[in-house]
Design a binder for this molecule. Structure first.
Ligand code: GLY
Ligand code: MN
Ligand code: MN
Length: 427
């Protein structure tokens, strides 16, 4: 768990970044209806959670900063027996005052009354200016007279770039559950089964380990389905002789994991599959080994593109001269995505990739990113030797940048051909 002190430290740091004579408002996520009388499970807004650890709907966090006063105010739903009977216990004003290290706590019912008061004589307001939330429009109206409006979101995203030791522990816990899920998927007897049944095994492991949700919809893609990058239908049969691309990670205590393994349905890779698999695996291995502070993500991507291009020339998938193929970006047809992304409270953590001067931010200690090269060859791609058609492979791990290198946080998940074959059920 992340200590209240740490949330307070984050809030204090954010207040430091605000201009003087300002008010900042951050709203909780809005609950969403799924269909009549049925709601989606509530998940707190990531930025709100990052700054408060508070998990309830209808809440607001306000910062007031003047020369004389710096204070944080939390607005929460007040206790209401009847409503709590239906939708669960609320922390309430009194308890929130005790638990969260903020200066003041009030009922959300009085939010606009207080906000008007806070805004008196202030010059600046910070709020989530790109949000579609209804309340934002109302705040906008309230603040018409203010000279300067700022977006608070980039300031928070900036802070989310470097993970604290406590956050890294949370990510590790999330990955540990996902590791169990992938190993369960490998061990499962897949004969006569469908993709959704394999998905169910994975998500069963998430849930029995208290990861109530996936961090994104699981991709369980057999054979040519793996060539649809965002394949989530997961409704096809698992066919012996094919590979299954499994991109699945749980969210645990608000922290994501994002792991891809590509495994054989019947437990054994064919020689053709091995050729492609080892090309992706060696590329991933070489790229991960380069990770250390000051290295740029774009450089990692370049190396992946070059290694995959070389390998695809050797296998006869790409034809022509290496330099020309690179220049013409011919690899894009088979490796169309990025090498990886930041990961944290969100699976695609929205921390910045560029600084204020639009320069790429190099890797630094405490960043967490995915490394996920892949090769995808459509079943109808006549330009490729027949044996490779209909195969899609991605291998994805979650990497922490350390003081002088990296730590692969998902190292324990079977990945080499030998490891996967040893653990997989075969038929
Ligand atoms: N699972 C989403 C991604 O790999 O980016
Ligand atoms: Mn990813
Ligand atoms: Mn993924």
């Amino acid at each position: 768990m992340i200590a209240e002190r740490e949330y307070k430290k984050r809030r204090d740091l954010l207040v430091k970044k605000l201009s003087n004579n300002s008010v900042a408002v951050i709203l909780s996520a809005q609950g969403m209806t799924r269909s009549n009388d049925t709601d989606y499970p509530y998940r707190q807004d990531s930025n709100f959670y990052y700054l408060s650890g508070f998990k309830e709907d209808n809440a607001a966090l306000v910062f007031v900063k003047t020369k004389e006063v710096k204070k944080t105010i939390l607005f929460v739903q007040k206790k209401d027996r009847t409503l709590e009977l239906w939708s669960g216990e609320r922390v309430g004003v009194k308890e929130a005052k005790k638990r969260f290290l903020v200066d003041e706590v009030y009922s959300i019912d009085d939010f606009y009354i207080y906000l008007k008061e806070f805004l008196r004589d202030k010059k600046n307001i910070y709020f989530q200016s790109n949000s579609k939330k209804r309340a934002i429009k109302k705040i906008s109206k309230l603040t018409k007279a203010l000279k300067t409006k700022h977006d608070i979101v980039p300031l928070i995203h900036q802070m989310r770039l470097i993970k604290s030791p406590a956050e890294i522990e949370m990510i590790k816990e999330s990955i540990a559950i996902t590791a169990r899920a992938h190993h369960r998927a490998m061990k499962m007897d897949k004969k006569g089964k469908y993709e959704y049944q394999l998905q169910a095994e994975i998500e069963h492991e998430f849930k029995i380990n208290a990861a109530y949700s996936d961090a994104y919809t699981s991709i369980v893609a057999c054979g040519n389905s793996a060539n649809t990058l965002h394949y989530i239908k997961n409704d096809q049969p698992l066919v012996s002789g094919e590979l299954i691309l499994i991109d699945a990670g749980c969210e645990h205590n608000y922290y994501a994991s994002d792991i891809t393994r590509t495994i054989p349905v019947n437990g054994k890779f064919t020689e053709t599959q091995k050729e492609l698999y080892n090309l992706v695996l060696n590329t991933q291995f070489r790229v991960i080994k380069m990770i250390k502070p000051q290295v740029k993500r774009s450089h990692l991507q370049e190396v992946a593109q070059k290694l995959l291009t070389k390998g695809m020339i050797e296998l006869g998938i790409l034809k022509g001269e290496y330099k020309k193929l690179i220049k013409k970006q011919k690899y894009k047809k088979y490796y169309p995505h990025g090498i990886g992304h930041w990961m944290g409270i969100d699976v695609h953590d929205p921390a910045p990739y560029k600084d204020d001067k639009h320069q790429e931010i190099p890797l630094q200690k405490g960043m967490v990113l995915t490394i996920e090269p892949g090769i995808y060859i459509d079943k109808d791609d006549k330009s490729v030797p027949k044996k490779y058609r209909g195969i899609g492979i991605r291998i994805e791990d979650n990497i922490l940048v350390t003081k002088d290198g990296y730590k692969n946080l998902s190292q324990s998940i079977a990945k080499t051909i030998e490891e996967i074959e040893a653990i997989s059920s075969s038929f």
